[in-house]
Ligand binder design. Structure first.
Ligand code: SAM
Length: 316
């Protein structure tokens, strides 16, 4: 029954209900008129959300914000709305084919949309920007990484598949001497440009568009792989890491940011990877093996919130 709740949440997020009640409680009929929805159906969806702890409803049936509902607002700091939209749209449709994914070993996204997630995002720029914002929304733990890992001795950090640059921004913000390089596909790099500019970091970050399966830019003394390896099969991960090993100095290091199995979130995220990317979550031993197969040694694991870890590897 979990999807009753997740789809109800999606409907409220998509219709922008939280913004409509931001100034104070509003009657469901008025909300329905504002979003051109059926008042009875909207009432029933909101009633489920209220009993699930999202939104409040007063004795006159007017809907108001609570803490959880506030996180559905559009574009506010800490908003989770884009994450709800991503899970509620293509990911949800992909999960409808989970059985076929299990029968065939192919990812459910590919079965549903005829192409892999990142190929699809490359073809749909509005979805790609929404995905980037969703990754940003699910990245509150980024702020803990500069305190958990000491970047003082480093000069240049390359963020491989760095998305909208928010992890790089958080690290460069904490270490003013550092330079950054953001490597991602062209459309993502172009979008990251303005985000980094508004953070005042454009002179400290070099943007590189490229394909990490082809090559990885040299010159970094640390290479970040945040939520990258879990998108790919072991064989694909070996290609990515081997490309890094080709350019990294012996004194360099890789910093893989991932959850580790058998954690609770990691176990759930692993099924998400099965459905939407064809990748997988991994245990510490599995990361150690991938590293040893590509010329690295797993040297340390530093935990950060939300079950994430900075998994350090050094070239051997
Ligand atoms: C799951 S997101 C992670 C983004 C960011 N590192 C984070 O933790 O929020 C994966 C990123 O890999 C990028 N990516 C996918 N395929 C790529 C490729 N072949 N070469 C470079 N980047 C790629 C995507 O555009 C996306 O930004």
């Amino acid at each position: 029954m979990g999807y009753y709740g997740s789809q109800a949440l999606y409907v409220a997020a998509k219709l922008g209900i939280a913004d409509l009640v931001a100034e104070g409680p509003v009657a469901v009929n008025d909300l329905a008129a504002a979003v051109e929805a059926d008042a009875d159906a909207l009432h029933r969806i909101l009633r489920l959300l209220v009993v699930s702890g999202v939104f409040e409803m007063d004795s006159d049936g007017r809907v108001g914000l609570n803490r959880a509902a506030k996180s559905l607002r559009i574009g506010t700091r800490g908003s989770m709305r884009d994450l709800v939209l991503v899970f509620g749209e293509e990911f949800y449709q992909a999960f409808a084919n989970l059985l076929d994914a299990v029968r065939t070993g192919r990812d459910a996204f590919r079965i549903t949309f005829g192409r892999g997630l990142f190929e699809y995002l490359g073809e749909h720029s509005d979805r790609a920007r929404q995905f980037d914002r969703a990754m940003g929304a699910g990245a509150v733990f980024f702020n803990f990484i500069p305190a958990s890992y000491d970047f003082s001795d480093l000069k240049t950090v390359v963020d491989v598949g760095g998305g909208n640059g928010s992890l790089l921004a958080s690290i460069l913000g904490a270490y003013p001497h550092l330079q950054g390089v953001l490597l991602d596909v062209r459309s993502v790099v172009e979008a990251a440009h303005s985000a980094l500019q508004s953070e005042g970091l454009s002179d400290r970050v070099t943007l590189v568009s490229g394909d990490f399966f082809e090559s990885i830019v040299g010159g970094g003394d640390a290479y970040l792989f945040s939520r990258i390896l879990h998108d790919w099969t072991d064989e694909q991960c070996r290609t990515i890491l081997a490309n890094c090993r080709r350019v990294i100095e012996l004194t360099g290091r890789i910093l893989v940011v991932e959850r580790l199995l058998p954690g609770t979130y990691a176990t759930a995220a692993d099924v998400n990877m099965l459905a939407v990317t064809g990748g997988r979550e991994r245990s510490e031993e599995e990361f150690a093996k991938l590293m040893s197969q590509t010329g690295f040694r797993l040297s340390r694991v530093l935990p950060v919130p939300l079950e994430y870890n900075v998994i350090e590897g050094v070239p051997v």
